[in-house]
Design a protein around this ligand. Structure first.
Ligand code: GLY
Length: 426
């Protein structure tokens, strides 16, 4: 099977690495890829945001996997389907689950899915009023794609109002103001062909830039899987109360969702509630989830594309745990430094360096070209072992001004995360 992975980041590097382990894959291309994907796949230049360009390249493949959300929202998967090539990724209409917070809230209301009460506001005055009806912490979400920077959670009402004003003038025509959901967050990915839904291992992301969840939100500074603190039965509960109803609702609307449905959840005292949906694999959670997946990946993704997921055998997972730690460029998530050389020394056993914002110079040096530069991913027999190895890997990375959080998976490894007691009848 010839597979094309579309996208430039660490998620795509993780995807090509997993696909390269699948004996059914005979040829693998990543476009546009980065300085790391070139080690496992052919790398071709491609404007991933151009549906016609992706469809033209897709004709040479048996399966196309679209990584990031922006091309999906722009209709890249539709263009590939139109030329008759199986594609893993939702249509533009279905990708609105991520592309519009208001749309996602509407689908959840119709499907009876638990989520925070919210107001969708089209003017700054409406947003100010919606904030006035709430208590801190305030949650403001831009209603459009904002590369991981479209959400503000703050106790400062003025900051919340200013964020809403900025979002209305720069991101989209609406902002969503919603109640704060307390409790630890979970990223649960599910494969779906539009009917059948197969959840993957739950993971947890660390979204704030600084240790102890301080500083601004980022695309994600690290992740781990599985979650030792998650009550047993949670994944099955989310499957029946969230994932299956949403997939069924999308089909009823005539816009079936196939590909990867990512539920961002808060484990609240009222049970799991949806914080957001994404229409693609998460980054950096994919790095840890795929590191633990033993089932060959290409057949699964093809089954999603072809509507045959129900015929696939149950997934097989490797024992143990995985941790990934992002190495970011100086000044991320502001305007990150670019063009610095990155050198990776000897890595300990069980550690893989996945590239994100990197490119090769003409003389073959690896240079930074984005905020999140590398995702140092390790597996181990326990979370503590995977964490130790991941940080040994980080120590082997040399990058001027580069930095990481030092506490990825730390609380989970120490057994310090707990889920609020479920309120009776909630
Ligand atoms: N890790 C957050 C995201 O992929 O959106």
């Amino acid at each position: 099977m010839k597979v094309l992975v579309v996208g430039p980041g660490a998620r795509e590097h993780a995807l090509v690495l997993a696909l390269s382990r699948d004996p059914a894959v005979t040829y693998l291309t990543c476009a546009p890829g980065n300085a790391g994907t070139v080690e496992v796949a052919e790398v071709l230049p491609l404007d991933a945001m151009n549906p016609a360009a992706v469809a033209s390249l897709a004709r040479h493949y048996d399966l196309v996997v679209v990584g990031p959300e922006a091309p999906l929202v722009a209709g890249v998967a539709d263009a590939v389907r139109e030329v008759g090539v199986p594609v893993f990724g939702p249509s533009a209409a279905a990708a609105q689950l991520e592309g519009s917070k208001t749309f996602a809230k509407d689908v959840m209301a119709a499907a009876g899915v638990p989520t925070a009460a919210s107001d969708s506001c089209t003017t700054a005055d409406e947003a100010v009023q919606a904030l006035g009806r709430r208590v801190a912490p305030y949650v403001v979400k831009a209603d459009g794609l904002a590369a991981g920077k479209g959400v503000l959670v703050t106790s400062d009402r003025i900051d919340a109002e200013n964020f809403a004003r900025d979002a209305l003038s720069t991101v989209g025509a609406r902002v969503v103001i919603e109640d704060f959901l307390d409790g630890p967050e979970v990223s649960l990915f599910a494969l779906t062909d539009g009917t059948t839904v197969v959840p993957l291992l739950p993971a947890q992301d660390h979204k704030r830039v600084g240790d102890d969840d301080t500083g601004p939100n980022t695309g994600g500074m690290g992740a781990y899987a599985p979650l030792p603190w998650l009550p047993s039965g949670t994944v099955e509960h989310v499957l029946t109360s969230v994932l299956q109803p949403v997939v069924a609702e999308m089909a009823t609307r005539g816009t079936p969702f196939s590909g990867l449905l990512y539920a961002g959840l808060a484990m609240t005292s009222r049970g799991p509630q949806v914080v957001e949906f994404n229409c693609r694999f998460g980054d950096p959670e994919t790095q840890v989830v795929l590191a633990l997946l033993d089932t060959p990946l290409a057949g699964l993704l093809l089954a999603c594309a072809n509507g045959t997921l129900a015929a696939e055998p149950p997934l097989v997972w490797r024992p143990g745990a995985a941790v990934t730690v992002v190495v970011a460029a100086e000044n991320y998530p502001g305007t990150p430094a670019a063009g610095d050389e990155v050198v990776v020394g000897d890595l300990p056993e069980g550690v893989t360096v996945l590239h994100a914002g990197t490119r090769l110079s003409e003389d073959g040096a690896v240079l930074t070209s984005g905020g999140r530069v590398l995702s140092v991913t390790a597996t181990g027999s326990s979370l503590a072992e995977a964490r130790t190895r991941a940080y040994e890997g980080v120590a082997a990375v040399h990058l001027r001004g580069g930095f990481s959080r030092s506490d990825i998976a730390a609380k989970a490894a120490r057994g310090e995360i707990s889920v609020p007691t479920q309120v009776e009848g909630a």
